[in-house]
Structures are given as C-alpha cells and as structure tokens.
Design a protein around this ligand. Structure first.
Ligand code: SF4
Length: 287
C-alpha cells in the first residue's frame, strides 16, 4: 500500500485495510498534537488510492474492514469520498465496515443529505475528537470548535446512521482546571450519546506548543493520582443511555473497559480502590 507520512488509526482498526486517502490533518492546529508534524495536509490523488484498492483486492481478501487513513478523512470533498466508497464496494465486496476520522468541522461542512449518502455508500463509523467539553480548554488548545458545535455535529452523524466513536483527553486542562474539564467533558459525552468513548491520557509531545508551555511552566500536567481523580469525575458525569467507555490505552494508568450504564458503579469502585492504593497503577507504555 502507498503509505505517505504518518499513518494513524484507532486501536480497534488494527486488523483493517489501511487505505490512505489523505496525508496529514486538514486542521493541524491543536497545541497538544504532534501526529502529523512535517506532513502538511493534502488529499491523495485518485489514481494512487485506486491502485491501493486494487492491491487490497489481491492481498487482503481475509479482511472485513477498511479504515480511510488521514487526520480528518471527512475533509475530502464528498464526491471524492463517494468515489472511494464505491470503489471499495465494487472491488472489495467482502468488506462489511468502513471507518474514518472526522472532525466536527468537516462534519459541519456536510449537510444531512450528504452524511446520509456517505452512510448509504458504506461509511459505517466516524471517529471524532472531542478532547474536552470545557470551552476554555478547547479554545486554549486551538481545537477550532466549541463544545456545543462538536456535540451538535456528532449528533448529526448519529442521526445519519453513522456509528460514533469519540475520544477525550485526560490531563488536557492541566492541574488547575482538571475537575471542571472532567465534569464538562462528561456532560458533553452524555449529550453526544456515542456508541464508543475512548478516554486517553495526555502525553506531552516534543515539538508541540503544549510541550513548550510545560517546559516554560505555563502548563502543569497532572500526576498519575490526579489523572485518576479526573478519570473518576469524568466517568461519574458520563451518563449516555448506552455505550462502551474505554480507558485502556497504553497512555492510561488504570485500564478500564466499562459497559454503560450497568458497569459504571463497579468501575467507579475500582477507581476508588486505586485512589486508596489498593490497586496498583500502570506505568504509561509504548509512547
Ligand atoms: S484535529 Fe486531530 S489530528 Fe488534527 S491537529 Fe487536532 S488532534 Fe491532531
């Protein structure tokens, strides 16, 4: 496959055909993100993507899922996305699910009919970064959208029949704003009602503005116990009618996999036990 720059995919797309449709991220401004440094955004040309689909047709007949790689694949023109989805359907008929990253801004640039057309063409899951429900935090990290806008766009995606997976970042408000960030983020997740929530722990990446802020003392990353207290508040305030809440990424100190709403009480008890020192915390791995 023709993979240029950085290829990033959600953990549960590990077994998917990684079909890169864009290099870099169309937004590219979040102060904590070093994911695509050195690789400015550009859509891949149609011929290269088509050649990759042909290659997948020969090599990956055992894979049932495709992930459209690119920091914000939904930023591509709808006509291009529909062409790619049509190609996947025609050449990889055994594929049952297509997923992609989608920012609230790119979802907001599509009308409801376009979102439904993408769903009908085979797009099944969109992965959207909320990061925080606290507007002051979102503005500080230059997310490019406020909480109400992100919630509205996620709900539009769901109304169009798309499965919604949302990531949030523990530690993003620093020490001082941690609890307010956790409460507001839980409220936003409750309003979003995503099928899947991924709570990651912020890792400061050299070369990013937030890393420079931390080095200069303008930002203080909470320690493991404070992160855990933040996770507790976040989970406590996250009450969608159903969904899976995962905090089991390598960046997290206490791996959690919670089926909401039934598993919440047990998960909160486990966090309390960890805060009391009865469950050992894990060192961050593989970052
Ligand atoms: S939208 Fe996502 S990939 Fe793009 S800069 Fe922000 S965090 Fe990074």
């Amino acid at each position: 496959m023709d993979h240029q720059g950085t290829i990033i995919r959600p953990p549960n797309e590990a077994g998917s055909i990684l079909l890169q449709v864009a290099v870099g991220c169309a937004h590219g401004a979040c102060t904590f993100c070093g994911a695509y440094h050195g690789h400015p955004y550009r859509p891949k040309d149609a011929a290269t993507v088509a050649a990759d689909v042909d290659l997948a047709a020969r090599r990956h007949q055992d894979r049932r899922r495709v992930f459209l790689c690119g920091g914000d694949a939904l930023a591509l023109p709808v006509a291009r996305l529909l062409d790619v989805l049509a190609l996947v359907r025609a050449r990889l008929p055994w594929v049952t699910r297509v997923g992609a990253y989608a920012s609230a801004r790119s979802l907001g640039a599509r009308d409801d009919a376009e979102l439904r057309a993408l769903r009908r063409a085979g797009l099944a899951t969109v992965y959207m970064g909320l990061e925080s429900g606290d507007d002051a935090v979102l503005a500080r990290v230059r997310k490019g959208a406020d909480s109400a806008f992100i919630v509205a766009q996620g709900r539009r995606a769901r109304a169009a029949g798309l499965r919604l997976s949302v990531t949030v970042l523990l530690g993003l408000a620093g020490e001082a704003g941690a609890q307010a960030h956790a409460r507001a983020t839980g409220a936003a997740l409750t309003a979003l009602e995503p099928e899947h929530i991924g709570a990651l722990t912020l890792v400061l990446v050299p070369g990013t503005p937030l890393f420079a802020d931390a080095a200069a003392g303008r930002f203080v990353l909470p320690g493991p116990s404070a992160m855990l207290a933040e996770l507790r508040t976040l989970l406590e305030h996250t009450s969608p009618p159903r969904g899976l809440f995962l905090a089991d990424h390598a960046s997290n100190h206490l791996p959690l996999r919670v089926r909401l709403p039934g598993g919440k009480a047990g998960a909160l008890a486990r966090i309390d036990a960890a805060l009391a020192g009865r469950v050992p915390l894990r060192r961050q791995r593989g970052l």
